[in-house]
Design a protein around this ligand. Structure first.
Ligand SMILES: [Zn+2]
Length: 241
């Protein structure tokens, strides 16, 4: 092979590694995928880093597990520190350095809700699709939320689903549909990462991530929030913290 081609390949691999938000996240996802694999020994399917809907606001799901018990959408978070959040809040909080540093991030439960709706739309609106959030380090402090687990309780939680609701034929059918819709490849994954970064920058600049119009501060019954200037054509909102 030509030396220049080899150099280009090595460079593109290096660039792609630096594009990945955190290698830590990658390790966490690997651990989770090993656990999820144990559920598909006899039947079922597992997708990791499933990417779809590229034309319309691309969407990536860490893991989709198809079993006779139902379909599980798993979002993996390998965050350090202590994590707090509530079932219906838009944001979760990460405390580092004994609480001296506070970061916020979009609720992974809400993230899962969006993913579940999209997957149901692709497969079948009447099937059971369950969302699970896995904080690898067991540092999520609100133990009341059943579908937020750690790497230690993930297996037990999925095992608590006892009843079969999908047949082998249905699993095969859904697997085929997911395979056909999976747009994950090197280029698309990079595009997706870039899109997520732009989206975050836009929200900081008060630009609507859906349609590009300005976000304006509005008064609501439950406090102030940012709404899109294009309302009612665009329904994007963001709670003001
Ligand atoms: Zn908008």
């Amino acid at each position: 092979m030509d030396t220049i081609i080899i150099i280009i390949i090595i460079l593109s691999i290096l660039i792609s590694i630096y594009q990945i938000p955190s290698i830590k996240g990658f390790v966490g996802e690997k651990l989770v995928s090993i656990i999820l694999k144990s559920f598909i020994k006899d039947s079922g399917y597992l997708f990791n880093d499933y990417l779809f809907d590229m034309n319309n606001n691309s969407c990536q799901i860490d893991h989709i597990l198809l079993t006779k018990k139902g379909i599980f959408i798993v979002e993996t978070k390998n965050y350090s520190g202590v994590i707090y959040g509530y079932e219906n809040s838009q944001k979760f909080y990460q405390y580092l350095n004994n609480g001296k540093i506070k970061n916020e991030f979009y609720s992974p439960l809400k993230q899962n809700e969006t993913h579940i709706n999209k997957i149901k739309k692709i497969l079948n609106n009447n099937i059971n699709v369950y969302g699970i959030v896995c904080f690898i380090k067991n540092n999520f402090k609100n133990k009341d939320i059943k579908n937020i687990v750690s790497i230690f309780t993930l297996k037990k939680y999925i095992k608590s689903f006892k009843n079969d609701c999908l047949t082998i034929d249905e699993l095969n059918e859904y697997n085929d549909i997911l395979l056909n819709n999976n747009e994950s490849n090197f280029i698309n994954n990079l595009k997706h990462i870039k899109r997520v970064k732009n989206k975050k920058n836009n929200i900081n600049k008060l630009i609507c991530p859906v349609c590009g119009a300005n976000l304006i501060l509005k008064k609501g019954n439950y406090g102030n929030f940012y709404g899109c200037q294009n309302y009612p054509n665009c329904l994007f909102t963001l709670k003001k913290e």
